[in-house]
Write a protein that binds this ligand. Structure first.
Ligand SMILES: Nc1ncnc2c1ncn2[C@@H]1O[C@H](COP(=O)(O)OP(=O)(O)OP(=O)(O)O)[C@@H](O)[C@H]1O
Length: 755
């Protein structure tokens, strides 16, 4: 910290001013007061700048910044500029020319400089900064959009962590959603303007009534004023009501459409996106974030709108009443905000400490209660009480400070507001005495000023909240604009599908890299022939389910290709593909709807006959009929109302109702007992002439019935052939079968032992 304190600096400044005053009295400069005024200002600025920048300790803090230099400018030149303006307007300047170095003027100069500094550093610069940010964002966008023939941007890597407060971009997108309601929004703005104008009636006509009381020259003036005031105020209230109603209904519509669009956009994303994004985050985007945004828009933006309109009218009427008093009000406002802000900051800091101290006390209590047995066994109840009491004493000491800070902050608030009002009244009174304004004008002005301060305060309070909410909506829009990172589906939907699937040298990793260590499938080539049952077996985590996920187009292989009837999978329509390839996996999920709705899921047009047929094929019809309400029984959350095996059979029926060409059973009957599993498989495999079946199962007695068996190990096809062929080969498959048999015998022995 520089040893040159601001106080010493002010003393030096006063010395400089007094020295210039002596110079002004010299016979050479006496006839040229304007020269001394401007020359003095320049000399004062030069000397002060020199002192500030060269003072020991690296100069006066803050003085080398833009705000510092600007404050110098205001301090040294506001008076020369003001006097020159008076002279240019033909007004008397004697008092200013010869009295600018008086104590009163010097102090006034410091006050003006402080106000200018406050305005600049707290309010104007932040406005300019956001304006600058907007311009720079426009420029950046213009540059990045660049020449049209430039390289196209690659697919985006998920929602990027862009600049947090790119409010303008989010606002533009939001405006896009408001476009259909532009008529309503224009009418709301019109109503806001009219209603705010109507609100000016009370202060205006109160002033007129005050004039009538003092003069009593126009007998009708009083009644006229009261009638106009009542009519305008009532009209303003009605307009405000209608405006609010239209605005809130419109914002609800905007909210609904944004929320629906976000939900739809999220559903369109590729499965890898859902793997990488937590469900909680997605739900929060769709619900909490859109709600917060819409709340900020319907509540806070509406307040900003109303108060801005009021602010405009109040300023206009205040300037009309007296521009001098308006100037005084505008000068006083930053002071009445700044002082409570300072005390408020102190109060907030203490309040945070109180919270912290309370949390510590609570921690002692929680710890003691949760370890009560230990406390009792050491007979340390008094020790713990003492510990808790010490914590509470800390909190009490902080509470005392907080009360003091709160009282000081409230006192500062009311004192500064009162001081401004007294100043305005005093100054207004002088103007009334001089005959510059009528007493009614002063009354109107004071009433305007009361509303003006709160309007400015409200705009300043709510505007950042609106900006923040709009900025926070950026994430929502990132989801809305995100393109799924999987090639778009094609348009093939042939009426006649054979159902032949070929994997050709497929390599795949979940991370998207082709790094050998990350590859789950390294080089997989296999064929699922139409009308036949193909089994895919292998150790755990060998990549069997991954093959299924690729078939469902949840992910895209990094190398190789997957063909359906000789055509790449991505050439088919997604809807068609999911109709033709039905997958039932071990962790199949039912929705909290009726069994009927679950079986007909995505296939709502299917008839009840189709549903019964599918359920019979899945060996599910009989147990469904035994449920309390048959097909109308609620399956419960995630199918919690039915057993695991029943859930799997309903899921198989759900797959079969689409009459698929390829049926994939990925451990789909794992929750069934041996007898039921056998029955389900018999039913399904008997129909295999209608569809191709890909069977993934750890149960080798099920697998051995397949026409063709493919053995996958560590992402590579190790063996393939019929059960007999593979057993003869004596490789991995034979090993798996032996192990399974061993396990089965051990289980059997254990069961016999227990008997
Ligand atoms: N969504 C995913 N993201 C990242 N890695 C995954 C994902 N799903 C599976 N894996 C990994 O891929 C590998 C193969 O898993 P996969 O489920 O295909 O094997 P599996 O042969 O079907 O195993 P299991 O018989 O145990 O079901 C495993 O190492 C697994 O951890």
């Amino acid at each position: 910290m520089s040893s040159f304190s601001p106080l010493l600096f002010a003393c030096l400044d006063v010395c400089v001013v007094k020295a210039i005053r002596l110079v002004q009295l010299s016979p050479l400069l006496l006839p040229h007061p304007f020269l001394t005024l401007w020359g003095g200002g320049l000399t004062r600025a030069g000397l002060l700048a020199l002192l500030a920048l060269t003072s020991p300790g690296g100069g006066l803090p803050g003085m080398s910044s833009f705000e510092g230099l600007q404050s110098f400018g205001v301090l040294c030149f506001h008076f020369p500029v003001y006097t020159t303006l008076l002279w240019a307007l033909g007004m008397p300047t004697e008092q200013e020319l010869w009295g600018w170095h008086s104590w009163e003027r010097v102090l006034q100069g410091y006050l003006v400089t402080a106000v200018a500094w406050l305005y600049w550093s707290r309010y104007v610069s932040s406005l300019l900064l956001s304006g600058g940010r907007y311009i720079s964002s426009l420029l950046t966008r213009a540059v990045s959009e660049g020449p049209k023939e430039g390289p196209k941007e690659g697919p985006k890597e998920g929602p990027k962590e862009g600049p947090k407060e790119d409010t303008s971009a989010s606002l533009k997108r939001l405006m896009g959603y408001m476009r259909p309601y532009v008529g309503r929004i224009v009418s709301v703005l019109f109503l806001v303007t009219l209603s705010s104008y109507g609100e000016m009636a009370i202060p205006h006509y109160t002033g007129r009534v005050a004039d009538w009381i003092t003069n009593e020259d126009a007998p009708d003036a009083f009644t006229e004023a009261i009638v106009f005031m009542t009519l305008m105020t009532a009209a303003s209230a009605v307009l405000e009501f209608v405006g609010d109603l239209i605005y809130n209904v419109t914002m609800s519509l905007v909210h609904t459409s944004v929320q629906g669009a976000v939900f739809q956009a999220v559903l369109k994303q590729e499965i890898a996106f859902f793997d990488a994004t937590k469900t909680g985050e997605l739900v929060s985007r769709v619900t909490t974030d859109t709600n917060d945004m819409s709340e900020a828009l319907s509540e806070k933006l509406s307040l900003v709108m109303w108060y801005t309109a009021r602010f405009g009218f109040l300023l206009y009427f205040m300037v009309i009443q007296s521009w001098k008093m308006t100037l005084l009000t505008c000068m006083g406002l930053p002071i009445i905000w700044f002082i409570p802000e300072l005390t408020g900051d102190f109060h907030k800091a203490i309040a945070a400490k109180v919270q912290e101290s309370l949390a510590k006390a609570n921690q002692v209590a929680t710890e003691t209660f949760s370890c009560m047995k230990t406390v009792r066994s050491f007979a340390n109840e008094d020790g713990e009480t003492e510990r808790y009491r010490r914590r509470l004493e800390d909190t009490y000491a902080l509470n005392k400070k907080e009360s003091l800070a709160y009282a000081a902050s409230t006192w500062a608030n009311s004192m500064t507001t009162m001081a401004l009002k007294v100043c305005i009244l005093y100054y207004g009174g002088t103007l009334v005495t001089r005959g510059d304004v009528s007493s009614g004008d002063l009354v109107s002005f004071v009433l305007y000023e009361l509303q003006f301060a709160s309007a400015v305060e409200a705009v300043m309070h709510y505007y950042p909240a609106v900006k923040k909410a709009i900025g926070a909506s950026e994430k929502i829009f990132e989801y809305l604009e995100r393109k799924p990172q999987i090639p778009p589906d094609g348009c093939l939907a042939p009426g006649n599908l054979e159902g032949r699937i070929q994997f050709k040298n497929v390599a795949f990793s979940y991370s998207g890299t082709t790094n050998e260590s990350n590859l789950v499938l390294k080089d997989v080539s296999l064929e699922i022939k139409p009308g036949r049952v193909t089994a895919l077996v292998g150790l755990n985590r060998s990549g069997k389910s991954t093959c299924v996920k690729l078939l469902e187009r949840f992910y895209q292989p990094q190398a190789g290709e997957i063909l359906l009837d000789g055509k790449p999978l991505q050439d088919y329509k997604d809807q068609y593909l999911h109709d033709k390839i039905a997958v039932v996996s071990q962790d199949c999920v039912l929705f909290a709807r009726s069994v009927r709705e679950n079986i007909k899921y995505g296939c709502e047009d299917a008839s009840d006959e189709d549903m019964h047929a599918a359920a019979r094929l899945a060996s599910a019809h009989e147990f469904i009929m035994e449920l309390s309400s048959g097909y109308d029984t609620d399956a419960g959350e995630k199918g919690g109302q039915v057993s695991g095996g029943q859930k799997q059979r309903i899921a198989i029926a759900r797959a079969l109702i689409r009459r698929p060409k390829i049926l994939i059973l990925d451990n789909a009957t794992s929750d069934l007992d041996a007898e039921n599993e056998y029955q389900v498989h018999q039913e399904l495999l008997n129909q295999a002439n209608d569809y191709s079946v890909l069977l993934i199962s750890n149960k080798m007695n099920v697998v051995e019935k397949a026409d063709h068996i493919v053995v996958l190990s560590d992402g590579i096809i190790k063996e393939e052939g019929s059960h007999e062929e593979l057993m003869q080969e004596g490789g991995l498959y034979a090993d798996l079968v032996k192990k399974a048999e061993c396990g089965f015998h051990r289980k059997e022995e254990e069961t016999n032992d227990t008997h």
